[in-house]
Design a protein around this ligand. Structure first.
Ligand code: SF4
Length: 453
């Protein structure tokens, strides 16, 4: 794998450990965000919106880049806010962006909506309701299949939940991470089990019954016992889905992660063991594995999509979202249109300037080529199904990919049969490395990624 940082030997005898130390993107998109450029701006974005067929369905993502406290492990685009004024100002900007989108793509049917952050609930019940109302007045929101929000259980109360239910929110994703008090202290996020249980109760009472918990492995001081206990405790609250993420330690990119004691982090072998312990525990509790890092109850729509080969990958991870285009609203939000990817200015000042002057805040992106689409499809199927057909890739490109995959074939991580690529059951933790072999940008790029497991 030519572009991965030097592998580091660890206590494991298997070469699997060396692969686990290699870095690879998470492939929530292809091409990945580090390869976006300023060649795509507001004019290109407006052009792509204009090209949308009249019957194109939309998925909307609204990003709220504020939190009340900073978690040391955070990898999101967010900043700490203690006053109300910046939040209210930001809500006005979102409203103007909705109006702007309405001028270019108003009336399109909305298939799904997702509020992410940051902590979107910092907007509060009133502003959330106003923005949802504005969206309903701008687009066709008669039948929204999924209306989801990310919630921090430390900041959920009855009035908020009532407002969410009134807006039509039908799915909530709770940041849980880990219940061990020692780990919570090390990551700067104190959140007792009772607080999460109370949030779950409020949501269910209000009719918001589809729940996801985000859990994490590889956190400082986290033992296999801690993680197992966390999973058992989470299971008592019966979330429909669990997303199990490996902590990505990228202090060169997210400087506040320097607050985390590196000496308390798991090494490659320990990360593999933590991931496997968590996986086995979740399977023993009846969850169905979905792609790389999600688990769902057997009747959940994600489990059904995985079984039928219709699972998709987007910036939130795995999804059933089948909308024709994704529009990202808010600072740093990324949209995906048939023409390509477009990302709003990640910095709040740039976003504010653009929206206040009445233009889109698109700061970068990438226009998709036929090769991007082909490789993107292969990578998405690998990430979702652990197998993909590479028949349409040209002969030279396929031969080159096979060369890159040879070390993984030798370790029985992947099988190549004709033009069909299959990640073996035991090799699934390394699917990001297999996907990376199809990434034509990786060899040219300078972006540093988190380790693959
Ligand atoms: S609540 Fe979430 S987005 Fe906010 S700082 Fe913590 S991890 Fe980051």
């Amino acid at each position: 794998m030519p572009t991965h940082p030097a592998a580091v030997k660890c206590a494991m005898t298997s070469k699997a450990c060396i692969f686990a130390e290699q870095a690879a993107p998470r492939y929530t998109s292809y091409p990945t965000a580090p390869h976006f450029s300023s060649a795509v701006g507001p004019v290109a974005y407006a052009g792509w919106l204009a090209e949308l067929p009249a019957d194109a369905s939309l998925s909307l993502y609204l990003h709220v880049p504020f939190c009340a406290q900073l978690c040391h492990y955070c990898g999101c685009h967010t900043k700490i806010v203690r006053r109300r004024e910046p939040v209210a100002t930001y809500a006005k900007l979102l409203a103007r962006e909705i109006d702007l989108l309405g001028e270019h793509a108003g009336g399109h049917r909305v298939h799904s909506m997702h509020w992410g952050g940051g902590t979107p609930s910092v907007l509060g019940p009133e502003l959330l309701g106003e923005l949802a109302g504005r969206i309903a007045a701008t687009f066709n929101c008669a039948v929204i299949a999924e209306h989801a929000i990310e919630l921090d259980p430390r900041h959920v109360d009855g009035p908020l939940v009532q407002a969410l239910a009134a807006m039509g929110v039908n799915r909530a994703s709770l940041g849980v991470q880990e219940f061990s008090p020692r780990v919570q202290k090390a990551i700067g996020r104190i959140q007792p089990f009772g607080q999460v249980a109370q949030t779950v109760m409020l949501l269910r009472e209000a009719g918001i019954v589809d729940l996801n918990f985000d859990l994490m492995y590889g956190l400082p001081h986290q033992s296999e016992e801690d993680l197992t206990r966390t999973i058992f405790l989470a299971h008592t609250l019966a979330p429909n889905r669990i997303a199990l993420f490996g902590y990505a330690h990228v202090p060169w990119f997210k400087t506040h992660q320097r607050l985390i004691d590196e000496s308390a982090l798991a090494n490659a072998a320990q990360r593999l063991a933590l991931a496997e312990t968590a996986r086995q525990t979740l399977l023993s509790l009846g969850y169905v594995p979905i792609g790389l890092d999600h688990f769902a109850q057997p009747g959940d729509s994600l489990a059904k999509a995985a079984a039928s080969g219709t699972l998709r990958r987007n910036f939130q991870g795995y999804t059933t979202d089948s909308a024709d285009a994704l529009l990202g609203l808010g600072a740093s939000a990324i949209g995906r249109l048939p023409g390509g990817f477009a990302q709003n200015s990640p910095d709040l000042a740039g976003y504010t300037r653009a929206i206040e002057s009445g233009r889109f805040a698109t700061a970068k992106g990438i226009a998709l080529t036929a090769d991007d689409r082909l490789r993107g499809d292969i990578i998405e199927r690998l990430m979702c199904d652990f197998s993909a057909d590479a028949t349409e890739l040209n002969g030279d490109a396929f031969a080159q990919t096979c060369d890159t995959l040879a070390p993984l074939v030798a370790e029985s991580i992947v099988k190549i049969e004709g033009r069909h690529i299959t990640v073996t059951k035991s090799g699934r933790s390394f699917v990001r490395l297999v996907a990376a072999a199809f990434d034509a940008y990786l060899a040219r790029g300078k972006a540093r990624h988190s380790v693959a497991v």
